[in-house]
Design a protein around this ligand. Structure first.
Ligand code: NAD
Length: 511
């Protein structure tokens, strides 16, 4: 049974019903916004943006602090909404959907004013004697935000906090799989006293998302799959608007012989199964050097067998959030099984639970001709491959179309850095996994098919702005250097300057 159903309706808009993936019970219905609805939302947001940009950083930050209060005071409401939509474990809803948004609101409310303060730049060489330069970071206007279903609140609030602090308005198209938590964020914005139309939510599926890209927005901030990201990038290219694309991943974990194997086994489990494996920086491939392979595998199995899966009370691994993802997980495991992989545990739907539950699974004897090691699986799967040494592990880690994140486990921090440098991904963690997105000091973004552009921190924040250089002549009076009329004498003078400045060692030093 699908967890998203079309509802017959006389209304001009398509209506969808969402079901909980854990209980399969309906959790609500919503109308898909039409292209006209989207354009109207963008117009309203544009009107709200002007006054918002004029407020300045301190006042905008005050609004964000009040929004933060909403998150702190309504923690249970957020967790309940996200758990109903996704079936994830409550602990994951708290850490990902409450803690991470709170931390992002705090960071950007505190630091955006400093990061985006006008910058005076020293101009090099002779020009510096005549000109001054200042760079001001202007808001872009209205940002179109399109988000996926795996972190519905976090992946909304982290970019929202940045776009708002930079002085923009935001029109948001949440995933059709998790359509309601964005409405909660909108309510919090209203209750925190943000201008009513500054953050607009347009619900719907891909059609509504495509309409948002075509509406009069000034940038698209997209998080989702590679296939959709490509379509979004093509449309943004045609419209000549910037976009950031945070796309899928196939993160590799490398376990060196000198790793703390207990910590690495814990990391393998949480890295692979956290958020039911629906994490862009989730660990999808594990390469273990043969020296410690058997010991590591035993430690992983001991831990994996203790994992509790469920839909109520205390449990570790929740539901698969979407039936379409279940199809992919099953396809990858069956493909691996058929090609000779050994399924040591799991490898099937949980027969004891009614909802969409795939058992935490440990697979070995995997190879790179299996979908499990090449395409994004996005499920609670621990896939382990034995390798001869670290060089082979690095080569296999890099043998991927994806390049989001990766992790290395070793007691030797120097070696950890060296291996990290050799992995072709946007980011790498040493003795840790998946944390980079949560560190605003780190520019986050994928390489290869995993995305374009950087989000978060200084680079991400600046991506919501136009850096406008304002140059000024120091004198501002008298004749303009190099102006009309052109004369032979002027030409000869310029050529002498070029020779002196760029043709002599002293000149080059001065320039
Ligand atoms: P998806 O691409 O199917 O959908 C993402 C969003 O795009 C949804 O809101 C969807 O309705 C919308 N959409 C669909 N078609 C569209 C179109 N033609 N134009 C505009 N919008 C359209 O992705 P998903 O299945 O929701 O999310 C899972 C993917 O997201 C995984 O690949 C995961 O790795 C990735 N992801 C990446 C990051 C990151 O930071 N790199 C973070 C979280 C998730």
């Amino acid at each position: 049974m699908a967890i998203l159903e079309a509802v017959p309706s006389d209304a001009p808009r398509r209506r969808l019903r969402a079901l909980s993936p854990a209980t399969r019970k309906p959790i609500g219905e919503f109308d898909c916004a039409s292209a006209d609805d989207v354009r109207a939302a963008v117009e309203r947001a544009r009107k709200a943006q002007t006054g918002w940009a004029e407020l300045g950083f301190d006042e905008r930050a005050r609004h964000l602090w009040r929004l933060l209060d909403q998150f702190v005071h309504h923690q249970d409401e957020i967790v309940d909404a996200v758990v109903a939509e996704t079936g994830k474990a409550r602990a994951e809803a708290i850490s990902m959907e409450v803690f991470a948004p709170c931390d992002a609101l705090t960071y950007y409310a505190k630091h955006a004013g400093k990061i985006l303060a006008p910058e005076k730049k020293r101009i090099h060489g002779m020009m510096g004697l005549m000109k001054k330069l200042k760079i001001v970071w202007e808001p872009l206007g209205v940002v179109g935000l399109i988000t996926p279903w795996n972190g519905p609140v976090a992946l909304t609030v982290v970019p929202l906090a940045q776009a708002l602090m930079a002085g923009n308005a935001v029109v948001h198209k949440p995933s059709e799989v998790t359509p309601f938590s964005a409405l909660l964020v909108k309510r919090f914005c209203e209750d925190a006293g943000l201008p009513p139309d500054l953050y607009e939510v347009v619900q719907g599926d891909g059609e509504t998302g495509a309409a948002l890209v075509e509406a009069d927005v000034d940038k698209i901030s997209f998080t989702g799959s590679v296939a959709t990201g490509r379509k979004v990038a093509e449309a943004c290219g045609r419209r000549l608007i910037p976009c950031t694309l945070e796309l899928g991943g196939k993160d590799a974990m490398i376990v060196c012989a000198d790793a703390d194997l207990d910590r690495a086994a814990d990391g393998a489990l949480i890295g692979s199964c956290m958020n039911t494996g629906h994490y862009c920086c989730g660990t999808e491939r594990i390469y273990v050097v043969e020296e410690v392979y058997d010991t590591f595998l035993k430690k992983v199995m001991d831990r994996a067998q203790k994992l509790r899966q469920g839909d109520e009370g205390e449990f570790d691994v929740g539901a698969v959030f979407w039936d379409k993802q279940m199809d992919i997980i099953e396809d990858h495991i069956e493909d691996a099984r058929a090609k000779g992989a050994r399924i040591l545990m799991g490898g099937r739907r949980n027969p004891n639970l009614d909802g969409l539950f795939y058992e935490p699974t440990v697979v070995t004897d995997v190879t790179h001709d299996m979908k499990l090691m090449r395409d994004e699986t996005f499920g609670p799967i621990v896939a382990i491959q034995k390798v001869a040494d670290e060089d082979e592990a690095i080569a296999l880690a890099n043998d991927s179309d994806y390049g989001l994140n990766g992790n290395v486990w070793t007691r030797d921090s120097h070696k950890g850095f060296q291996i990290a440098e050799r992995i072709h991904t946007g980011a790498v963690c040493v003795n840790d996994m998946a944390i980079t997105y949560g560190l605003p000091e780190a520019p986050f973004g994928g390489r290869k098919s995993s995305g374009i552009g950087k989000v978060n921190g200084e680079m991400g924040l600046k991506g919501y702005c136009h850096p406008k250089p304002i140059s000024m002549d120091r004198r501002g009076k008298g004749p303009i250097q190099g102006g009309y009329p052109y004369t032979r004498k002027g030409e000869a003078g310029m050529q002498r300057v070029i020779k002196l400045l760029y043709g002599t060692r002293l000149g080059r030093w001065l320039a």
